[in-house]
Write a protein that binds this ligand. Structure first.
Ligand SMILES: Nc1nc2c(ncn2[C@@H]2O[C@H](COP(=O)(O)OP(=O)(O)OP(=O)(O)O)[C@@H](O)[C@H]2O)c(=O)[nH]1
Ligand SMILES: [Mg+2]
Length: 278
């Protein structure tokens, strides 16, 4: 009898350790800010896959939730324009500088436009970056029209055969609808000279599920083509970006991992998905 009890306990034990693996993985996903419902769905669907381990099944399923749109930048124009948007403090201006530095190092000509005319220090912040990374900055007057700064920069970039124009924008205005209509106007006005190649939404990985709501709001006003996921150098694992990929079909394109211009890399799906489970 005792032998049978032990045997049953062992079989049960094995089963338990298997299922507790799954629940451990689910809590990893929740801790990574994937959101409880997406986390539960991922576990449920991953269980149906037959691979060598729960972890492998989960990674396979997570990969299938990534957007099928390209994670590469579309920079096919003679002058490719990148508009950088996002709520205040997410890391827009820093990411603008990082992008500029990345393309400058790859030998391209780059111009920055200081489209945040709302905050007094914003233009200075971008100019300081411009000096540091040796990239020119076009700015207008404080409280001026950001669309006109962006338009001037677009004209200048075209006339001077600049390959990459990156436009910084404000993260906060009097209210949300002011901000959204300002961004839509910047896009409209710039597109009088040529189409914008990329609208990148900056999401702070440490703000958790909030980022999904931000992405929904921005995507309604401007056609967001990609996400820059910042502040991945801390403990945040940025699961919200996978939720944005899965729910809104917007690809992550860049990862920011610090305050310096070199703390920046193109999105690598393997590294990202594994970091969700680490
Ligand atoms: N640790 C870390 N800090 C970052 C990263 N990106 C930006 N920051 C910091 O976050 C803070 C805000 O960055 P900004 O680039 O000024 O953010 P912003 O979105 O332009 O802010 P507003 O212009 O006020 O809307 C700064 O202290 C940056 O140094 C990152 O990847 N990691
Ligand atoms: Mg800024």
């Amino acid at each position: 009898m005792a032998i049978f009890t032990k045997l049953i306990a062992r079989i049960k034990g094995n089963k338990d350790s298997f299922s507790s693996d799954w629940s451990e993985l689910e809590s990893e996903l929740i801790q990574a800010d994937l959101g409880p419902s997406l986390a539960a769905e991922c576990i449920e669907q991953a269980k149906k896959l037959s691979t060598d381990s729960p972890q492998e099944s989960l990674l396979q399923f997570l990969a299938s939730k990534l957007s099928k749109r390209s994670h590469e930048m579309n920079l096919s124009k003679a002058t490719s324009t990148i508009l950088v948007v996002g709520v205040n403090g997410t890391g827009k201006t820093t990411s603008v500088a990082k992008l500029a530095s990345f393309y400058k190092s790859s030998g391209k000509s780059v111009l920055l436009a200081a489209g945040d005319t709302f905050r007094a220090a914003a233009v200075e912040q971008l100019k300081t970056w411009g000096t540091r990374i040796d990239v020119p900055v076009i700015s207008g007057q404080e409280n001026g029209d950001p669309a006109s700064v962006a338009f001037d920069a677009a004209k200048f970039a075209q006339t001077n055969n600049i390959e990459i124009l990156i436009i910084d924008t404000a993260g906060r205005l009097h209210n949300k609808s002011d901000l959204m209509s300002e961004l839509a106007k910047v896009k409209r006005v710039v597109e009088k000279t040529s189409p914008i190649s990329e609208v990148l939404l900056v999401i702070d990985a440490t703000t958790g599920q909030n980022g999904l709501m931000q992405a929904k709001i921005f995507a309604e006003s401007v056609d967001v083509t990609g996400v820059i996921l910042t502040k991945m150098d801390g403990s945040a694992r940025g699961g919200v970006a996978l939720a944005i990929e899965a729910d809104l079909d917007i690809p992550i394109k860049w990862i920011g991992s610090g305050e310096s211009e070199s703390d920046f890399s193109p999105f690598d799906p393997d590294v990202y998905l594994k970091s969700l489970l680490s």
